[in-house]
Write a protein that binds this ligand. Structure first.
Ligand code: HEC
Ligand code: HEC
Ligand code: HEC
Ligand code: HEC
Ligand code: HEC
Ligand code: HEC
Ligand code: HEC
Ligand code: HEC
Length: 252
């Protein structure tokens, strides 16, 4: 190298020599030393495809299950789990489809399984059904209450008492036992699903109670309702200032 440099005293020429030497070395490495498959994309793709297709197929796909489990297949197709493949829960089952009597797929019976998707996690999409697995009906397997092939969302309670137990129990032993809750509260169906967003009405004025208790009341249930003079009784205060409407007792 030293001798070579003596032939080129000019620093710029020396730089060019070094550069050309590097290019020659690089070309040698690229074209001679690196094997062809590492450089050629097409060869790489061919190799990858050959490697992947040589691997044994483990999953059958959920259409394969329909052949023998047609009922379950149809059930699941209409339910909330319609987008889950059978093998998401039962594991790879191709071997089972080929020899169903000896090879059995796994059955995810343990409680830890379903919370993989349903345990509360703030990063899940809003509205996705989630539970706290520690507090939600502990100890029993999920499938003892939920059909894994056709899970149902929680049903809305029909009775007001499901959520207003104390009021219902109070009213049940009061003089207003015969009155439906809805006599005094106009309740939209949606109140039972979103009770805080959609609220029933509440009586607003003395005339409301007066429909049954006024001297000349005409409401159907008013027949055996004790009568008062609406103009005078309790002055101008609303009735529930003095009478609890769910248990209106009058001390004698
Ligand atoms: C060629 C018919 C056939 C196909 C296809 C098939 N199965 Fe089965 N499967 C059976 C038979 C037969 C049984 C045993 C039935 C029994 O024990 O009552 C069974 C049982 C099962 C069981 C219960 C295993 C146990 O331990 O009780 C599961 C889970 C199951 N199959 C899942 C699947 C899934 C998932 C697929 C699709 C990937 C599938 N099967 C495709 C025939 C089939
Ligand atoms: C969400 C998970 C999940 C999915 C999806 C699912 N299964 Fe299951 N499967 C279960 C669980 C859990 C059990 C055990 C039920 C039990 O213990 O009562 C079960 C039980 C079974 C059984 C045996 C008992 C029975 O109910 O007959 C068969 C067969 C079966 N599944 C087939 C299928 C097929 C076929 C599909 C797709 C069409 C499928 N499963 C999709 C979770 C799942
Ligand atoms: C003893 C019966 C029982 C068991 C066991 C049980 N659940 Fe539930 N689950 C219910 C009832 C009843 C509801 C509806 C009322 C409620 O929301 O509490 C429900 C509601 C749900 C909901 C819907 C929540 C929503 O807000 O939409 C999901 C999801 C759920 N359960 C998943 C599970 C999972 C996962 C397991 C197992 C770890 C499990 N459940 C075990 C009875 C049960
Ligand atoms: C791979 C994820 C996954 C697994 C595992 C899974 N689920 Fe689901 N589950 C879903 C999806 C997705 C829905 C539909 C949600 C929707 O429609 O908004 C659903 C819906 C439900 C619902 C209906 C709740 C509602 O309020 O709409 C219940 C109940 C439920 N699953 C219970 C179970 C049980 C029990 C298991 C275990 C056997 C289980 N899930 C396993 C993904 C899963
Ligand atoms: C799913 C549970 C649930 C059911 C079922 C239910 N409620 Fe409610 N209700 C609530 C909750 C929770 C509140 C409290 C809302 C708040 O304080 O923000 C409430 C509030 C009310 C209120 C007070 C509204 C206000 O403005 O203060 C009335 C009146 C009422 N409910 C009547 C009824 C009647 C009548 C029924 C039956 C037809 C009924 N509810 C069924 C959960 C329920
Ligand atoms: C005779 C009419 C009447 C009947 C029947 C009645 N309510 Fe009320 N309710 C009222 C009045 C009036 C109020 C308002 C009380 C107030 O503002 O202090 C009220 C208030 C409420 C409230 C608000 C919270 C509270 O305790 O003040 C709830 C919740 C409620 N009622 C639920 C019910 C339920 C559930 C039933 C049936 C079990 C029922 N009501 C039956 C008249 C009635
Ligand atoms: C300032 C308190 C107060 C107010 C407001 C009030 N009451 Fe009374 N109410 C009483 C008292 C105290 C009694 C029992 C003594 C009586 O008979 O005067 C009573 C008795 C009653 C009785 C029983 C009468 C009987 O003969 O057994 C009825 C029915 C009644 N009230 C309905 C109403 C109605 C409807 C309203 C609203 C229009 C109302 N009250 C407003 C204090 C009140
Ligand atoms: C749909 C008719 C109806 C409406 C509306 C109604 N009540 Fe009554 N109420 C009755 C009947 C019927 C009785 C008597 C039941 C019995 O003792 O057999 C009664 C009894 C009473 C009593 C007497 C209790 C006792 O100890 O004798 C009071 C006080 C009372 N209601 C207050 C109210 C108040 C306050 C309201 C308004 C929030 C109201 N009622 C709305 C039908 C009604």
């Amino acid at each position: 190298m030293g001798k070579l440099f003596e032939k080129f005293p000019d620093p710029l020429a020396r730089l060019i020599v070094v550069f050309l030497a590097l290019v020659a070395a690089g070309a040698f490495v690229f074209f001679v030393l690196i094997p062809k498959p590492v450089k050629d994309l097409k060869v790489q793709w061919d190799n990858a495809i050959r490697q992947e297709s040589a691997r044994p197929v483990k999953y059958a796909g959920f259409h394969a299950c329909a052949e023998c489990h047609d009922k379950l297949y149809e059930t699941k197709k209409k339910g909330y789990h319609r987008d889950l493949s059978c093998e998401t829960c039962h594991g790879a089952a191709k071997a089972h489809t080929e020899d169903p009597d000896t090879v059995k797929p796994v059955i995810p019976a343990e409680r830890a399984f379903c919370p993989q998707c349903h345990a509360y996690n703030p990063s899940r999409p809003r509205g996705f059904p989630q539970i706290n697995p520690v507090a939600h009906n502990p100890l029993k397997p999920c499938a003892s209450c939920h059909n894994p092939h056709d899970p149902k969302p929680p049903t809305t309670p029909k009775e007001c008492a499901a959520c207003h137990g104390e009021i219902a129990r109070t009213k049940a032993v009061s003089h207003h036992v015969q009155l439906e809750c809805t006599t005094c509260h106009v309740t939209p169906q949606r109140h039972k699903v979103s009770p805080r967003a959609v609220k029933p009405t509440k009586p607003q004025d003395r005339e409301f109670c007066g429909k049954c208790h006024g001297k000349d009341a005409s409401a159907k249930l008013s027949a055996n309702a004790p009568k008062i003079d609406l103009a005078e009784h309790g002055e101008k205060y609303v009735c529930w200032q003095c009478h609890y409407p769910h248990s209106p007792e009058v001390e004698q």
